[in-house]
Write a protein that binds this ligand. Structure first.
Ligand code: PMP
Length: 398
């Protein structure tokens, strides 16, 4: 039966990683794959995670199934982290959270539930958006359309164009928004813009769907949740997919959550029962370990303090590297203005160079980045930043 399949091209990011590994240039720089890296280029296990794993090892007394929603305690802790413990929607018993296999599992679960509730729903995603949004939502059978978002000329959000398109979206459809640290463009909505989108959602009746993969990587845990919390205060229904991959560094453990704010507690119970059925039909139950570690950290004041410290270290390093790259580009005489790199948020920005220039960086300078010119800021280091800035300038002047 499989002889009829046609081979698909390899994932471009994974291909880039393989090429980087094989490259013998001692100056090579990897700005491709979207994982956090320290000054040495490593993605270590967080100290708080190691301690939580040790504590969990000592107390874990069964490997029995945890059920489709995962751990109730973990779900409550994550719900509080995302919405704030005293959020009105939580107090009104309108929020339900389930544990999911990473942010991807959460997005896919949400897509399946949407499909059940409204098979003809369209999900509007930003142009551009994270590439995997398309298969995660589309493979569930949802229609996908794009709204204008990043303006490559001004290197910022084209908010007027975004609102113009969203003003035509109505009840039954969804608008996918990045909670913070937009992947791939790094340009986020400001508070006034969040307020305007929330008011539009209320007026037109579309359901906001927020992907929150980087809480704590932008301005801080609370600040980064501004959009989610505002939206949950404004509209009757909201979907939030969140990930513990980046902020807890748990990538391969597949820890995430799906939180849905329903219009009423009764709707929430109905929605939750449908979600359990979705989960049973896809992977039956989520993996335990990553979520158990998150639960151990968030359930301990000491480990939470340690985690906050480590999260701040990662965030501050990314911010410092943004400022440093901009400074080095100015120093080395880069044509054009790269101040936007410093202004943007999270791990990603587009350098804003063309495909031929990207190819030259990869082939002539061993600087690895994807064709769109998206760079992972965490791949920059104090050691490679001069070489990186010089190479960018050289390519720009070619
Ligand atoms: N959404 C966005 C925007 C992301 O960048 C990612 C991770 N790259 C995810 C969701 C999901 O991540 P994971 O499934 O690894 O938790």
């Amino acid at each position: 039966m499989f002889e009829g399949l046609t081979a698909l091209p390899a994932d471009p990011i994974l291909g880039l990683s393989a090429a980087y590994k094989a490259d013998t240039n001692p100056n090579k720089v990897d700005l491709g794959v979207g994982v956090y890296k320290d000054e040495q280029g490593n993605t270590p296990v967080l100290r708080a995670v190691k301690q939580a794993e040790q504590a969990y090892f000592n107390t874990e007394n069964t490997k029995v199934y945890i059920g489709p929603p995962g751990s109730a305690a973990a779900n409550t802790l994550l719900q509080n982290l995302i919405f704030g413990a005293d959020h009105a929607a939580i107090k009104a018993n309108r929020v339900r959270t389930i544990q999911t296999p990473g942010g991807c599992g959460s997005l896919r679960d949400a897509a399946e539930l949407i499909k059940k509730a409204n098979p003809s729903a369209t999900v509007w995603v930003s142009d551009p958006t994270w590439a995997n949004h398309i298969p995660l939502l589309g493979n569930a059978g949802l229609a996908i359309k794009t709204y204008p978002y990043y303006d490559h000329a001004s290197k910022s959000v084209n908010f007027d164009a975004m609102m113009e398109t969203l003003s035509k979206v109505g009840k039954g459809d969804l608008v996918l928004l990045h909670g913070c640290c937009h992947n791939p463009c790094g340009a986020d909505l400001n508070q006034t813009q969040w307020q305007a989108v929330a008011q539009l959602a209320l007026k037109n009746g579309f359901t906001p769907f927020i992907d929150m993969a980087y809480q704590g990587f932008g301005e801080g845990l609370e600040q980064d949740a501004y959009g989610v919390r505002l939206m949950a205060n404004t509209v009757p229904e909201l979907i939030v997919s969140s990930s513990c991959s980046k902020n807890f560094g748990l990538y391969r453990e597949r820890a995430g959550a799906l939180s849905i704010v329903y219009a009423s507690a009764a709707d929430a119970d109905k929605g939750q029962s449908n979600l359990f059925s979705v989960v049973r039909g896809m992977y039956s139950m989520p993996p335990n370990h990553g979520s158990a570690i998150v639960e151990t950290i968030l359930g301990s004041a000491t480990l939470t303090a340690e985690w906050h410290q480590e999260l701040a270290e990662m965030r501050d390093r990314i911010k410092a590297l943004r400022a440093l790259l901009n400074k080095k580009l100015i120093e080395k005489g880069a044509p054009g203005d790269f101040n936007f790199i410093e202004q943007q948020s999270g791990m990603f920005s587009f350098l804003g160079i063309n495909k031929a220039q990207v190819q030259s960086l990869v082939q002539d300078y061993s600087i690895y980045l994807v064709d769109s010119s998206r760079i992972n800021i965490a791949g920059i280091s104090l050691t490679n930043v001069d070489y990186l800035a010089e190479s960018i300038v050289a390519v720009l002047k070619q």
